[in-house]
Write a protein that binds this ligand. Structure first.
Ligand code: GUN
Length: 290
């Protein structure tokens, strides 16, 4: 069994980005600038956004954090997005999800200039992705493709089962892995909450991408020997033995499933750090285009 080490791989990618930023600085070129908008005080979201800002500092990017209160109106948020759309120093920006319930997420994401949409959530980028056109790939799927590539996991002709059909992970993963691309050319099954006989489907999978947000859902008796496991889940589970009162759990029963796996991502330290590295990569691409 080999661990797909997202921490190490993401550090490699960040080092590559930092080198390019240093060269730009030396040549007097513009430094990439990422902005993030967060609305409300959700603990996990605050942590993720803080990690994104810290990662910008690490590679030498400029960053701007716009931290808005929970009761921000759609109009106020729209105003902030318009400012970032127009700001010529900002290469890319993200609106951290989830947004408070009174804000229509889809409506908000439509307002982001697709050229600055480094999360790849705007319909223009989603459409371009499905048509194999150049676009910003959403950071988590982009990170998974990069991990599979860098560890040379064979995907061509393999049976891939994606668990979960979210717009951010499951749906785009199912599209990317079916395309003619590196880490693609797979036969893909997209399973979700209405899927019947799930274990029969997962047992036939060469690669399973679990993105359902149910801690330790995928058990050893649901997979075959030699499977590759990508665990996207990261849920805070109450744990009184930990100082902070919780532990982070993936969607996969790592202890048991890892005994049967050829490759597996740990939680934490697998897909999570890759997501941040690929957001930086998208911002670098955005700044190269401008
Ligand atoms: N919430 C969970 N994942 C993401 C992500 O990749 N981008 C944004 N903006 N919000 C998220």
């Amino acid at each position: 069994m080999q661990i797909l080490d997202g921490r190490k791989t993401s550090n490699d990618i960040k080092d590559e980005i930092a080198l390019e930023v240093a060269a730009r600085k030396k040549n007097g070129n513009k430094i990439p600038h990422l902005a993030a908008i967060i609305v409300g005080s959700d603990g996990a979201s605050q942590t993720y956004v803080a990690s994104k800002v810290k990662a910008c500092q690490k590679v030498g990017f400029n960053s701007t954090l716009i931290d808005l209160p929970e009761d921000t109106t759609e109009e106020q948020l729209l105003h902030e997005i318009e400012i970032l759309n127009k700001d010529t120093d900002i290469d890319g920006f993200i609106v951290q999800l989830p947004l408070p319930k009174h804000i229509d997420e889809q409506k908000i994401l439509m307002l982001v200039n697709p050229d600055k949409d480094v999360d790849g959530f705007h319909p223009t980028n989603v459409g371009r992705m499905t048509l194999d056109l150049p676009c910003y790939l959403p950071a988590t799927p982009f990170g998974i493709m990069e991990l599979l590539e860098r560890y040379q996991v064979e995907t061509s002709g393999k049976n891939v089962v994606v668990l979960g059909r979210s717009h951010i992970v499951g749906r785009p993963m199912s599209i990317l892995m079916s395309q003619k691309r590196k880490a693609g050319n797979a036969t893909v099954t997209l399973a979700h909450s209405r899927t019947q006989n799930l274990a029969k489907i997962t047992k036939n999978a060469d690669i399973i991408i679990a993105a359902i947000g149910i801690p330790e859902f995928l058990k050893a008796d649901m997979v075959k020997d030699g499977v590759t496991i990508i665990d996207v889940g990261i849920t805070r589970v109450k744990d009184v033995t930990k100082k902070r009162g919780y532990r982070l759990a993936g969607d996969v029963d790592f202890e048991q499933v890892s005994k049967k796996a050829a490759f597996i991502t740990p939680v934490p330290g697998g897909v999570g750090p890759m997501t941040i590295a690929m957001l930086l990569k998208n911002t670098l691409l955005a700044s190269r285009h401008r």
